[in-house]
Design a protein around this ligand. Sequence first.
Ligand code: ZN
Length: 547
Amino acid sequence: MPPLPELPFERFLTYAEVSEFVQALAAACPDWVRLSSLGRSREGRELHLLTITDPATGPAEDKPGYLIHGNIHAAELSGTHAALHTARRLAESKPALLADVAFHIVPRLNPDGAEFVVATSGVTRSRTDRSERLPNTLYQEDVNGDGLILTMRQEHPAGTFARDPEEPRLLVRRTAATPPPYYRTFPEGLVHAWDGGEAIATEGRSFDWNRNWSYDWRPEPEQGGAGDFPFSEPEMRAIAEFIHARGNLFAVLGYHNGPNGVLRPPSTGSDGDLDGGDLAVLQELAEIGAEHTGFPVVPVVKYHVKRLGVKDCNLRGHFHNFGYHHLGLFVFEFELGNLLNSAGVSTDEMFGTQNDQEYEALYRRLLHWWDKQDAATRDPVFHAWTPCDHPQLGRVEIGGWLNRHLCGPTLADLSRIAEGTYQFTLLHAARRPRVEVEELAVEEVGGGVYRIRARIANRGCFPTHVSNKGRGLRRLQPVAVDFLPAPGVRLLSLNGHRQIGHLAGVVGSSHQEWFVRRDAGAGDTLCELLVRGGAGGTCRTSVRMPG
Ligand SMILES: [Zn+2]
């Protein structure tokens, strides 16, 4: 068997490198790790899916499932590394938990957008829409042939930026008191069908796939980035179909980049909109995540209020409300941090910035921190402004921040963070519901008639409906027991199919009894009991003759 592949925390991975890694992981651990695909991206790339479980204890499909997805946002590349780190650690250490949990890991939900960012460092939230090129609109291109898409700045009397007097490499917002020269800025690129006018739009209808979930979806412009309809994006539809085909999913975790934080529901309104008991569990689990990463815990709705500095920032069609209100699960996102975090700026400091000047001061700090890194090994985060004769705009300078590196922590920091989120995942997954058949007893009562008794119990921590919210949802079906007689065996009791309802965590159980008549000459097996429903997994137990 080949050895487990190493996950390099030195560079971002291209689609080809992600593909190579997941193939190598599955090849190194073929019984435990299965590689498949959720479907294909809009541009035809596979949406890799790793399924990891202990093969000795039954198929993954029968076990309570934990889904992890990363890199839904194109530039948030850290999520791919974090998800692959968890996959590798599970394959390497084979924790006992894998006996009754299946992990489903989608390291890169947005391979097209990520490929654009990995290859060029261009800017896109989820995807750019170039199906119809609009006139007087700038489309990102590598204009000066250095392989990167950076920022173009150009002296212009109407420019809204000026050189930072304290740090001339940076630009600051122009104020009434700012002396010239002034600059206008664009992403590096070319203007399509330019009429030579001053008004130049920038490409991109800003699709945001994390506003494309079905729960409480709202059309644009009510919710920016929402897309045309819920799950309008093929990648989102693929993950939705995966989720809905698996009633036994009990947890979903998403990886993002932004000021570091453990994000929990709700995405709209306030904590009061959640069931009180569920809120306590969400907070408790999020605090475990905080303990293992050093990140603050933030409800999503507050995170965005703070980040954007606005009063109302309800996020519609967002993952957290979908996960809690629609799936009935305790769902989380890790914001794995950004480069400011690595430079020593805390999430609270970022949230605390009140105006452009304070914000600009953070970037001054970032640049000075970067200057002090070892020049031989530091990431190429900032590029000096270099003159370029733009074929349309004339004299410009190209340089500035490298978007793909700005979005995440340093890869060295990320390796430590990814281990913390892995530890969180193990502790979260340890709470799974776990339905078992116990106290199985078969007794002959005479004349070829047998009595079968069994206790159907949930010995996991979560109830089979996971959250209180989940109890009422159609998706999380109550637990049912099917009695499947063997050839030559007849069920004498009523109800071969029994609904026993949801089972509480740890102590939830239901004692069941059946009578059967076995024909002379029938085999040793009397029946199979099939227990399913809720998120506790599917349990198949063969019942044999006594003795
Ligand atoms: Zn994100």
